[in-house]
Design a protein around this ligand. Structure first.
Ligand code: PMP
Length: 367
């Protein structure tokens, strides 16, 4: 008998089993029309139905107001690191933007934006990406076109537990790694984007939710496929969209809806992440998480084993033992080392219990 595999990877990540089964069932003959979604024209009525259903589900799950456009684009989260400044930095004449830099991904976004204007990091530079600087230390720039932050830093396991107050400035958020894991008030944002390959599907499609009045301000040299006005005017069909990835997202959104929506995802994410953090916190330093308690991520949980900076031999033993039990992709990002557990929506409480029990046993045997 094949043993169960539990994927704790940071992305591409686990998908709900029922979604994979449905995709398999429909793979060769979608809905009785005799061809696969892979073979379908993106301008056919069958594919239009998939696109419309996907958008409507997303609007419903996040209560997206009518004055926001929803787009399904290519280029990944990294494509949006460029698209955001290309489309928004010209909103005000100073051509500058405010960035909160709290980890690898917001740092990369800020670096990309520097190509197109002035980037101000609004807080004192962090020595390590383990906390969110207190908002009393931020100095926002008066003429900034927007304020940018990464809601959940996937590599460092740092997640905001509040929405930054920008005093009226346009707020932009990278939600790639905690998208649809809790409700958000979309009306507080100018723009939200998220790559699908963590919480809402497979790689290839990036969701962009943008307020109407922010569309149509792209720089002259903005590549046409990254121009929000072009994509919005063409309902994301200016060129061929990532059809199959959109279809998979549609199935995942349906699954989220049928499982209680984003409120239920939030409840589950708290339960799952608490299981692991509780073990870390009560391990007397055998497991250590460097991140401030106030901003520990529910999605990506980094920790070290054995001692504060990690006992690499023991960490290897931890990973090997986990792998023998079917638990894979637990190694930390190559830039930080240690262990990282990703608990996206599709990872179940039962999956998490298997890991929690293993961590408890490993502690007993190795402390
Ligand atoms: N933002 C965040 C928060 C991410 O975790 C990632 C990828 N892990 C990216 C952006 C970049 O996404 P992509 O690989 O799709 O360009």
């Amino acid at each position: 008998e094949k043993k169960q595999t539990i994927n704790f990877g940071a992305g591409p990540a686990k998908l709900p089993q029922s979604v994979l089964c449905q995709a398999q069932k429909e793979f060769i003959d979608y809905n009785g029309i005799g061809i696969s979604v892979l073979e379908m024209s993106h301008r056919s009525s069958d594919f239009s139905k998939i696109m419309n259903t996907t958008e409507n589900l997303l609007r419903e799950l996040l209560s997206i107001p009518d004055n926001y456009k929803v787009m399904f684009l290519q280029g990944g989260g990294s494509g949006q690191f460029s698209a955001v400044p290309l489309n928004l930095i010209g909103l005000k004449q100073d051509m500058c933007a405010d960035y909160l830099v709290t980890g690898t991904w917001s740092s990369k976004a800020a670096k990309e934006a520097e190509k197109y204007g002035t980037v101000n990091v609004v807080h004192p530079k962090l020595e390590s990406y383990t906390k969110i600087p207190d908002s009393s230390s931020w100095s926002l720039t008066a003429g900034a076109s927007y304020v940018y932050y990464c809601y959940n830093e996937t590599v460092h396991g740092v997640e905001y537990n509040f929405t930054p107050d920008t005093h009226g400035a346009v707020l932009v958020s990278d939600m790639s790694s905690n998208f649809l894991s809790r409700p958000v008030d979309v009306s507080k944002f100018g723009l939200i984007f998220a790559g699908a390959q963590k919480n809402v599907g497979c790689a290839g499609v990036t969701v962009v939710i943008v307020r109407d009045d922010l569309i149509g301000h792209a720089l002259k040299d903005c590549p046409v496929v990254l121009d929000y006005k072009v994509q919005a005017d063409n309902n994301s069909l200016y060129n061929t969209p990532p059809c199959f990835s959109i279809y998979i997202m549609c199935l995942v959104l349906n699954w989220i809806k049928n499982n209680g929506g984003v409120e239920a995802m939030e409840t589950l994410s708290k339960k799952k992440s608490s299981l692991i953090y509780d073990i870390i916190n009560s391990s007397n330093g055998f497991y250590t998480c460097p991140v401030d308690i106030a901003c520990r991520s529910r999605m990506n949980l980094p920790f070290r084993v054995g001692k504060k900076d990690g006992d690499e031999a023991l960490e290897k033993k931890f990973l090997d033992g986990a792998s023998k039990l079917g638990m894979i992709s637990l190694q930390g990002h190559r830039s930080v080392g240690g262990i990282r557990v990703s608990l996206y929506n599709a990872v179940t409480v039962e999956d998490t219990m298997v890991l929690a029990n293993y961590m408890t046993d490993f502690l007993k045997e190795n402390q």
